[in-house]
Design a protein around this ligand. Structure first.
Ligand SMILES: NC(=O)c1ccc[n+]([C@@H]2O[C@H](COP(=O)([O-])OP(=O)(O)OC[C@H]3O[C@@H](n4cnc5c(N)ncnc54)[C@H](O)[C@@H]3O)[C@@H](O)[C@H]2O)c1
Length: 428
């Protein structure tokens, strides 16, 4: 397994559990050390993962290494490195992918199966991966080794469950690769594996995430309309979904993570003649939500008689997803930047996410809320669902709540004497 991140760690543990001998290769010494001492390098709640990993390491079936030579005699090499985009041009950034291919290539065994689990822009298997591997290995794909694309579908918080129970798309370019790919994935996937070609697999993966982004953007746009019209978008959603074949998603403070904000760009990038419009527009709608949150903070503070400039705002949640530590592309950053640009003092709390340059995370919820003029909820961590209004009232300087994740019941909060503003809700 090359790359011990959200994809590589559960995959390594799940494959080891099939009595395979697994070595995880990474360039990050901390991750390698964590795995070798039986600890998962991932934080956040991942049911079953820490125990499975520990057991597999203890049984000697799983270890990690910084040295790609340790993967030299592997029958299967699974590439699970990050594939981000360049933030301004939205072009794919394949530094990690190229690096991984260049290091494993020279050590590829005759007849090995290489499976690319990372998400790729359509055309990348043929234009980037195959030539890079053939160059580095001096061998020919389809003859000396076999190359498939089986894009990973898991979600943080459910890594192990997703890995073993979700259908998989297996893109292959020749029958032996397909046969080897099926044999490998059938070891641990308890669901259907759908064979197809490389490019279709690339389009399916990026399209399924672009689909999700567009659906979220729809929910967010209805939320913004609902705020203006003074209705509750969460109630609207429930009622919309009583109509057959309607499955409106929940709106919120923004979209984050490694995948959803970038995969739509991977999909539209190669479509030069089509000039896609819907998918980029959905991105823009979702990117606007953290700015809307900052605006709600300003409006709520104004309703309580205070300016945003100089106000202390407790931003609750830095991870993009509830009950995880994953803060990649988190909307919290955009919101905090906007608040700071406008002179507010933003204090960030998160039970799991780690501090980054410019974003110090406070672990103590009481300390984060103490003296705050406004509490703004960006992530629906369980800890925030359990927050009592009485304790907030005691700790805060002003009673102002901005709710980006429908954590509170508006009328109840207002009854307790707070100013309450929320994504998708009219004023109470
Ligand atoms: N995170 C998810 O939930 C998820 C879900 C589905 C698909 N994906 C896709 O899977 C891929 C991996 O995502 P992730 O979230 O696991 O990323 P990650 O950043 O958590 O992990 C990637 C790992 O690869 C390592 N790495 C980078 N270059 C390397 C190299 N040259 N050699 C060895 N190791 C190297 C990094 O140090 C890191 O530990 C991406 O393409 C992503 O889009 C992710």
């Amino acid at each position: 397994m090359v790359g011990l991140g959200y994809v590589g760690v559960p995959l390594a543990a799940a494959v080891a559990a099939t009595r395979a001998s697994v070595v995880g290769i990474d360039i990050d010494p901390e991750k390698v050390e964590a795995v070798n001492t039986g600890r998962s390098p991932l934080r956040g709640r991942e049911p079953g993962l820490a125990d499975l990993l520990k057991a597999q390491v203890a049984k000697g079936r799983l270890r990690a290494s910084l040295d790609p030579l340790d993967a030299a005699d592997a029958d299967v090499v699974a590439v699970c490195v990050e594939t981000p985009i360049e933030p301004t041009t939205h072009d794919p950034e394949y530094k990690a992918l190229r690096g991984a291919l260049a290091t494993i290539g020279p050590h590829l065994k005759e007849g090995a199966l290489v499976t690319i689990e990372s998400t790729l822009a359509p055309g990348t298997m043929a234009k980037v991966v195959r030539p890079a591997l053939e160059r580095a290995s001096r061998r020919k794909a389809g003859r000396d080794f076999h190359l498939v694309h089986c894009p990973e579908r898991l979600t943080a918080g459910r890594l192990l469950l997703n890995l073993t129970t979700l259908h998989r798309i297996l893109g292959a370019s020749e029958p032996v690769g397909l046969r080897k790919g099926l044999a490998f994935y059938r070891r641990f996937v308890k669901a259907e594996i759908h064979p197809t070609d490389w490019t279709t697999a690339e389009v399916v993966k990026t399209a399924e995430n672009a689909y999700w982004d567009v659906q979220i953007a729809f929910a967010n746009e209805v939320a913004l309309i609902s705020e203006e019209l003074g209705v509750n978008a969460y109630e609207v959603r429930e009622l919309v979904n009583t109509c057959p074949f309607r499955m409106m998603l929940v709106p919120g403070a923004g979209v984050g993570g490694h995948c959803i904000p970038k995969d739509p760009w991977l999909l539209v990038g190669p479509a030069v003649q089509t000039k896609p419009e819907l998918i980029p527009t959905a991105r823009a709608v979702n990117d606007f939500m953290p700015l809307r949150m900052a605006r709600l903070v300003e409006e709520a503070l104004a309703a309580s008689g205070r300016k945003l400039k100089g106000a202390r705002v407790a931003v609750l949640g830095f991870a993009y997803r509830e009950n995880t530590e994953d803060a990649r592309n988190t909307p919290a950053k955009e919101m905090v930047q906007e608040l700071r640009r406008r002179g507010a003092d933003a204090v960030i709390h998160d039970p799991f996410a780690r501090s980054e340059r410019g974003y110090t995370i406070v672990r103590d919820l009481g300390a984060a809320v103490k003296g705050a003029d406004c509490v703004a909820i960006v992530t629906a961590h369980d800890a925030y669902r359990k927050l009592s209004l009485a304790s907030l009232r005691r700790g805060m300087r002003r009673r102002v709540i901005v709710d980006g994740r429908n954590v509170f019941d508006g009328p109840e909060v207002v009854k307790a004497g707070f100013v309450y503003r929320a994504i998708g809700k009219g004023q109470f």
